[in-house]
Design a protein around this ligand. Sequence first.
Ligand SMILES: CCCCCCCCCCCCCCCCCCCCCCCCCCCCCC(=O)SCCNC(=O)CCNC(=O)[C@H](O)C(C)(C)COP(=O)(O)OP(=O)(O)OC[C@H]1O[C@@H](n2cnc3c(N)ncnc32)[C@H](O)[C@@H]1OP(=O)(O)O
Ligand SMILES: NC(=O)C1=CN([C@@H]2O[C@H](COP(=O)(O)OP(=O)(O)OC[C@H]3O[C@@H](n4cnc5c(N)ncnc54)[C@H](OP(=O)(O)O)[C@@H]3O)[C@@H](O)[C@H]2O)C=CC1
Length: 497
Amino acid sequence: MSTIAAFYGGKSILITGATGFLGKVLMEKLFRTSPDLKVIYILVRPKAGQTLQQRVFQILDSKLFEKVKEVCPNVHEKIRAIYADLNQNDFAISKEDMQELLSCTNIIFHCAATVRFDDTLRHAVQLNVTATRQLLLMASQMPKLEAFIHISTAYSNCNLKHIDEVIYPCPVEPKKIIDSLEWLDDAIIDEITPKLIRDWPNIYTYTKALGEMVVQQESRNLNIAIIRPSIVGATWQEPFPGWVDNINGPNGIIIATGKGFLRAIKATPMAVADVIPVDTVVNLMLAVGWYTAVHRPKSTLVYHITSGNMNPCNWHKMGVQVLATFEKIPFERPFRRPNANFTSNSFTSQYWNAVSHRAPAIIYDCYLRLTGRKPRMTKLMNRLLRTVSMLEYFINRSWEWSTYNTEMLMSELSPEDQRVFNFDVRQLNWLEYIENYVLGVKKYLLKEDMAGIPKAKQRLKRLRNIHYLFNTALFLIAWRLLIARSQMARNVWFFIM
Ligand SMILES: CCCCCCCCCCCCCCCCCCCCCCCCCCCCCC(=O)SCCNC(=O)CCNC(=O)[C@H](O)C(C)(C)COP(=O)(O)OP(=O)(O)OC[C@H]1O[C@@H](n2cnc3c(N)ncnc32)[C@H](O)[C@@H]1OP(=O)(O)O
Ligand SMILES: NC(=O)C1=CN([C@@H]2O[C@H](COP(=O)(O)OP(=O)(O)OC[C@H]3O[C@@H](n4cnc5c(N)ncnc54)[C@H](OP(=O)(O)O)[C@@H]3O)[C@@H](O)[C@H]2O)C=CC1
């Protein structure tokens, strides 16, 4: 019997961000391995016209939870969705709900965050910093609390090259920033944002760093741990390979490439692609929850869950395997044949953006206009290029993350726990993982049917022929123009003829 699974039996667990990518996989694993847990409280807001209950039902009815329903048939009764908006004072939680949370919670997993790179400083600080402080305040009033697990990101200190499992101080105190945002107006905030975030690449990573500082400052006598995952990718093994449900990080890029929109990307091919499967992150989270509650380390421990130092893969290897998988399992209705390459400098990147991205979009929009339809490709392409430009910082650099605490924890686990809560990324076979990842994007994100593959392959063939025809026509036109102007070209032409 797994010690960790047994530990969560009978426990009341509070999860923020349970409707997000990481939160869903965390809930799934908890229910599957500890079906006798007492309750999982999730802080949820209504969204997109759905009530809390509808959102919970939608999650439980998804493929991700199929196995859970077998081992824990009363899973619906064990989830208690609590209305909460982390942007508001006291999270807008009702008095009764708050009372229940304060008196019953044993473990907290704080996953909620805004992960947008282009959020406003005000909103990102509210969610990633102030809400964390507020949750810690709540935690300090919970008599039964055994552990508080805060999810940060390995990139919270990406302004450094080598990152240890410690909390680094930020140049400006989080409290000062929170206070000043209360009275500064939006225009001034926009103006001072670049000065505040200095060498952080975006507001997201900066506010996650502030969030960690808040955890350190407000930890009181709580048992706290911080987990820093790198780029969280599709599931590796559990509950099944390739599950993914949002367009963040590599997912959007895989779609854009597979659909033939993205043909070149400015990346350093040999830079480490520090992707970490989401189930690996969740296994570590649960092991850390157990360790923090049972062993009560004297200080707040930080755990890195990254792949680069133990089992590195680079962007070249990842890109080649992604493209190879498109040959076998193409996406439906691609705009162009998927074929992309990495460019190394700004000049070639601009060139490919003009020739391979903007020009085809303009041509396609002309075609849409001529056929009486609304042009949309140029807008879509601009949006894609903006997204890609925001990710560039992370695909043109490598970082070194030390993993002493993570390795220490691994050695503390029993062989059974090491198997059930496996976070040893050395066992990951990248080629297999990437193939399953692309397949998962097709099945769970794009919701494409595998039966459509032969048709998709046919369409790819057609696109290939169109591509060759177009290039041949272009070449002939260019050659014809050259012949008209140059005697030398005419001589070569007659010689060939
Ligand atoms: C010999 C041969 C050699 C060949 C060599 C090979 C070459 C091969 C080259 C090609 C390779 C192809 C693939 C390779 C795979 C590698 C890919 C590399 C990319 C890797 C990316 C790395 C990313 C690193 C990030 C690390 C950061 C740290 C990690 C973290 O801690 S947090 C998680 C990271 N956060 C994010 O990723 C968020 C980033 N996103 C944003 O900030 C924003 O979305 C945005 C980018 C600013 C875009 O904003 P927009 O306003 O423009 O768009 P919007 O967000 O509103 O959304 C657009 C539409 O999409 C819908 N949508 C949004 N979110 C979701 C969601 N979660 N799920 C579903 N749908 C969503 C949204 O509704 C919009 O739809 P619409 O309203 O209908 O338009
Ligand atoms: N994905 C990644 O690559 C990485 C993620 N991380 C960290 O992991 C954690 C989880 O990320 P991930 O699951 O990918 O992110 P998602 O964007 O998928 O999920 C974010 C979660 O936060 C919730 N949330 C956001 N705003 C509010 C609010 N005002 N009130 C209540 N809930 C709110 C969302 O709820 P709703 O559904 O209502 O929007 C959602 O459940 C974050 O802390 C992130 O920083 C770290 C490294 C990498």
